[in-house]
Ligand binder design. Structure first.
Ligand SMILES: Cc1cc2nc3c(=O)[nH]c(=O)nc-3n(C[C@H](O)[C@H](O)[C@H](O)COP(=O)(O)OP(=O)(O)OC[C@H]3O[C@@H](n4cnc5c(N)ncnc54)[C@H](O)[C@@H]3O)c2cc1C
Length: 347
């Protein structure tokens, strides 16, 4: 089982290619030239299993914890191979709310403690905000989620692409016919379909969930940890990047609409960021991006295998959080005598 084809070079396809090349496989990846940002380039790079557990499943939580164990080594190897300034920052997340939104903060904690039981204290600790972030004033008490990390998603993807181009075969065209052991007119020992939302016609009940995020350059802001601001209508996140850059995002809409970010979302995101730190007032807007996340009906990740073809999809808002652990499971088909056949979410 040596000659592998992968269709799609988002985080799923690219990390899979990287892992398989490292295992000595001959990998061909199909990905047309990327002229417009793909979903994996827009991601904020949060590896936030505890935050996601508030609304997510135990499966996503466990896969996320496993991925956080795997990412540091992946990043180190990629850094050595490509020289890109990559990082996996295990700094954790601070969860805060304005005093009028304390009920949302309480609801967040209650939801986590219900799911985590006796482990709650290890994953979600009550904390005075200024103990962790001295610049964030006006917030008293919040929660500290130590088992969370973040990476630079777009730079990591770029490094993966460089690595694949140097060590694998990159076919810069769209694959039209994806079948067991075959892509278009070429035969392979195994084919992985990682097309994200474009696989919609082959996977029942897949749909898009629109996300919007803003990249800011804020020289007056020195926040070191990821921040989640609880609000009755949305959860705002602020993710620090090197050189006083910050990603701010929140909104989520069930839609395939890839049109530019709306005025309303922009105002809400920036107002909320400013309410966390007044230094954002003088920030420069470096980039505004929207993209559509590939989601299944139950928002769980999806692996489906039959001999010669595996589909990996439904990464929804967890592509980076889940990819290393999910791919660990997906690639077992290559060494197993009994191919796993799933018909829906992997649970
Ligand atoms: C605003 C926003 C913020 C996010 N933040 C985070 C975050 O902080 N943490 C996190 O874990 N996740 C985050 N996500 C989610 C994450 O981005 C997605 O889960 C992930 O990008 C999905 O990856 P993918 O590889 O499945 O799909 P994609 O990134 O969509 O990649 C699919 C690729 O397949 C290619 N393709 C499609 N059809 C063909 C074909 N026929 N032939 C060849 N190639 C084809 C496409 O061109 C594309 O490059 C965020 C998403 C958004 C929108």
């Amino acid at each position: 089982m040596n000659q592998i084809a992968i269709v799609g070079a988002g985080i799923a396809g690219s990390l899979l290619a990287f892992q398989l090349i490292r295992q000595g496989k001959r990998v061909t990846i199909y990905q047309p030239e990327i002229t417009q940002k793909i979903c994996s380039q827009v991601a904020a790079g949060m590896l936030a299993p505890t935050s996601e557990l508030e609304q997510g499943s135990e499966q996503v939580f466990q896969l996320g914890l496993r991925s956080i164990q795997l990412w540091p080594e992946i990043i180190e190897t990629l850094k050595t191979e490509t020289g890109q300034p990559l990082y996996c920052d295990l700094a954790g997340t601070l969860v805060i709310s304005h005093s009028q939104d304390q009920a949302s903060l309480k609801q967040f904690y209650n939801s986590l403690s219900h799911k985590l039981g006796k482990d709650t204290q290890s994953f979600c600790q009550s904390m005075l905000i200024t103990e962790k972030e001295s610049e964030i004033n006006g917030f008293q008490h919040g929660y500290w989620l130590p088992h969370e990390a973040h990476i630079n998603a777009s730079l990591t993807l770029k490094a993966l692409h460089e690595y694949i181009q140097q060590n694998g075969e990159w076919i810069a065209t769209e694959a039209n016919c994806i079948e067991p052991n075959k892509v278009d007119d070429r035969k392979y020992d195994w084919v992985f379909d990682c097309r994200g939302l474009q696989a919609k016609k082959d996977i029942a009940k897949m749909h898009g969930v629109r996300g919007e995020r803003i990249l800011l350059h804020a020289p007056d802001v020195h926040i070191r940890h990821m921040i989640r601001l609880m609000h009755p209508r949305y959860r705002l996140y602020i993710v620090p990047r090197p050189d006083n850059h910050f990603i701010v995002g929140a909104t989520e809409i069930d839609s395939d609409d890839e049109s530019p970010i709306s005025v309303r979302s922009t105002l809400e995101l920036l107002t909320a960021a400013y309410s966390v730190h007044k230094g954002f007032a003088e920030a420069r807007i470096v980039d505004l991006s929207t993209q559509v996340r590939p989601a299944t009906w139950d928002r769980e990740p999806y692996i489906q295998s039959k001999t010669g073809l595996t589909r990996i999809n439904g990464l929804y808002r967890h592509g980076y959080l889940l990819a290393p652990a999910l791919l660990e499971q997906a690639t077992r088909v290559l060494s197993s005598e009994h191919f796993v056949i799933e018909t829906g979410a992997i649970s």
